[in-house]
Design a protein around this ligand. Structure first.
Ligand SMILES: [Zn+2]
Length: 75
């Protein structure tokens, strides 16, 4: 299975709940590295709206990281 954030392949037993973040699939899980971000967000997100905001920020950051990695391959 793949992490809902960074798409890293992981074993089921390595996966973690993404709550309070919500993804498209009910069975979506996050990897151990991304779970550190999820755990930190649990302290700061007091409302679902705040959780959504932090999730959007992290998704954009992961997307930018992948884009940068791809572009570096072509240098
Ligand atoms: Zn991940």
């Amino acid at each position: 299975m793949n992490c809902a954030f960074c798409q890293t392949t992981m074993k089921v037993y390595e996966s973690n709940s993404p709550a309070p973040f919500v993804f498209d699939g009910e069975s979506d899980r996050v990897c151990r590295d991304c779970d550190d971000f999820v755990s930190a967000a649990r302290f700061f997100a007091r409302t679902q709206e705040q959780a959504q905001y932090i999730q959007s920020l992290l998704e954009m950051a992961f997307h930018q990281r992948e884009t940068r990695k791809e572009s570096m391959k072509h240098l």
